[in-house]
Design a protein around this ligand. Sequence first.
Ligand SMILES: [Zn+2]
Length: 169
Amino acid sequence: MIRYALVCAKGHSFESWFPNSAAYDKQAKCGLVTCPTCGDSKVEKAIMAPTLSGTKKRSKAAVPVPAAEAPAAEAPAPDAPTPDAAKAPVAMMSPQEREFRTKLKELRDHLTKNADYVGQKFPEEARKMHYGEIDHRSIYGEASPQEAKELHEEGIEFHPLPVLPDERN
Ligand SMILES: [Zn+2]
């Protein structure tokens, strides 16, 4: 089907559909194409204005189409195997948690700045202080879980140093 914009001898413009251009030529020649307004069969093709509808079409096609969600950007499943075998527990932190973390760091910085580092001798030093063999002072160091348990059983009070997740060494 083809659509023609037509105009009659009196200037009425109208549109009509034809199976093809040859069919229009034939019908127009035989006076079968008539103006719907005045019935005039003296019609001819009007100057088409394809730019109008064409522009419309083009501008419509030019509208940026939102990109489809790219499957490539999909985040890997949480349990997907990672090349890095050593996995650390991780967490998304809220602002409050970040603040808490900062406080933890401050606490640890304060402790480590004002205490003596005794390393592996921590249980020994803690015991000496507890039993009055040496003066009390702030110390920090390392204790195995077993040593920590024993110290607790002896009533020696101490606390694990806060270790920040991203500061493992
Ligand atoms: Zn007419």
